[in-house]
Design a protein around this ligand. Structure first.
Ligand code: NZQ
Ligand code: ZN
Length: 389
């Protein structure tokens, strides 16, 4: 195993009724709370009424920051930061999915930073001596795992860059996770989020080291849990067991536990993020299109792990198959699952209409150092073209 340092600063309150039970206590030190949310799903499913009821009963001044879009933009971050400064906000409460949580992490930093936070943080990796505003989150959709890490993925529309930075001080102080809050997530978004969880695990598992390590063993259990529970939640969206497993799978995939001792790939994420920067596509759907094709490009370099993936995650029978055949059968099983749960399988289906633009997008993608096979921009373009239709 590679050397590592591990810490996770977020305190999780998980389960049915957790918001009612703990929210007022968790916000007790804040007089003014910025309540941040997306396009309005929380108003339709009752979460907004529950949360504002608790905050008002506790005598808080509530400043609303609404309309956070999927794939949050840097312009939206600046708007939130200005609102937080103008109202002397003591704490941000993000209620939503990855987009709301990520935007609020960036707002928490930008509100306390004088200069251009994009240029000094998102545009280049580095350490910043800024104490962000305190942040708490209420998760409403399983997928990104943003609730238990410092990562914030932001889109700069002017520069056509969508990128994430992980700043440990941006780990939320607390995460309230009630699986019943996810009952109202539309099936299309649920499977997209479910695939994002699977992608985070695959991007970590399908990387070195290949020798026996506890992270890989945990990941096999997690991947099987995502596959099983996604199928169950499609059958019955109000299956509490399935929803709670998916919610915790999502956190486990991105709370850094499984990354310990692993190199991590995340090239599919690099590619999806740039597709998103140019086309505003849905994150999980974009990943679903890319993964099987990407893996057919790299499996030979990581053959032993792809064989294990086929056999131990997808249950492919190894009898009578060469190692190559077995590895490819595992990738085929992944592709069949993507079809089975109704995710797109081509860029056209994803809504990408301009084939000519693929070169520019490919050239803008970051190259992962942790992949079994180091990509070139030419090979990324070839993958995009294979994915097109
Ligand atoms: O905006 P509202 O009206 O709330 O609707 C949202 C949105 O349309 C809806 N939704 C959320 N909870 C709901 C619900 N609808 C009904 N009932 C509920 N309970 O779902 C839609 C998608 O929400 P969004 O937050 O965009 O989805 P997701 O959680 O997949 O987040 C995607 C963003 O996170 C980034 C992605 O790139 C993308 O920008 N990522 C963040 C990561 C991180 N911070 O660690 C890692 C990921 O790899 C990812 O890149
Ligand atoms: Zn993701």
């Amino acid at each position: 195993m590679n050397n590592f340092i591990f810490q996770n600063a977020t305190k999780v309150y998980f389960g049915k009724g957790c918001v009612k039970e703990y929210l007022s206590c968790l916000t007790r030190k804040a007089d003014t709370v910025m309540l941040a949310y997306g396009g309005g799903s929380i108003k339709r499913n009752g979460v907004y009424d529950e949360v504002t009821g608790i905050l008002h009963a506790a005598g808080k001044t509530v400043v609303e920051f609404s309309g956070i879009m999927a794939n949050p933009t840097y312009a939206k971050v600046q708007q939130g930061a200005q609102l937080a400064r103008e109202n002397n906000v003591d704490m941000i409460l993000a209620v939503g999915g990855g987009s709301v949580m990520d935007c609020c992490k960036a707002v928490a930093l930008a509100a306390r930073y004088e200069d251009d936070i994009w240029e000094d943080f998102w545009a280049r990796p580095g350490v910043m001596e800024v104490e962000p505003l305190p942040l708490g989150v209420i998760v409403t959709v399983a997928g990104t795992g943003s609730e238990c890490n410092g990562g914030a993925v932001i889109t700069n529309q002017d520069k056509k860059i969508k990128t994430g930075r992980d700043y440990p001080k941006l780990n939320p102080q607390f995460a309230l996770m009630d699986p019943t809050y996810t009952y109202s997530v539309p099936v299309k978004q649920m499977v997209s989020g479910g695939f994002d969880i699977l992608s985070h695990i695959m991007e970590t598992y399908l990387s070195e080291p290949n020798e026996d390590n506890v992270s890989d063993s945990i990941m096999e259990a997690l991947m099987k849990s995502v596959i099983r529970n996604l199928r169950a939640a499609i059958q019955n969206p109000q299956d509490y067991t399935a929803r709670s497993n998916l919610m915790w799978d999502s956190t486990m995939a991105e709370n850094r536990v499984i990354k310990m001792g692993k190199k991590c790939d995340f090239e599919c994420h690099n590619m999806e993020h740039q597709l998103g920067a140019y086309t505003d596509c849905n994150h999980g759907c974009g990943l679903a299109v890319l993964h099987p094709v990407y893996y057919r490009h790299i499996y030979q370099e990581g053959l032993p792990k792809f064989v294990r993936f086929a056999r131990d995650v997808w249950g492919v029978d190894p009898n009578g198959k060469t190692q190559q055949e077995l590895a490819l059968a595992g990738i085929d099983a992944l592709a069949s699952f993507i079809q089975e749960i109704g995710l797109p399988t081509t860029l056209k289906e994803l809504g990408v209409t301009d084939k000519e633009q693929l070169k520019e997008i490919a050239d803008s993608c970051g190259i992962s150092a942790g992949s079994y096979k180091k990509m070139t921009h030419e090979e990324i373009l070839a993958i995009f073209q294979e994915c097109y239709e």
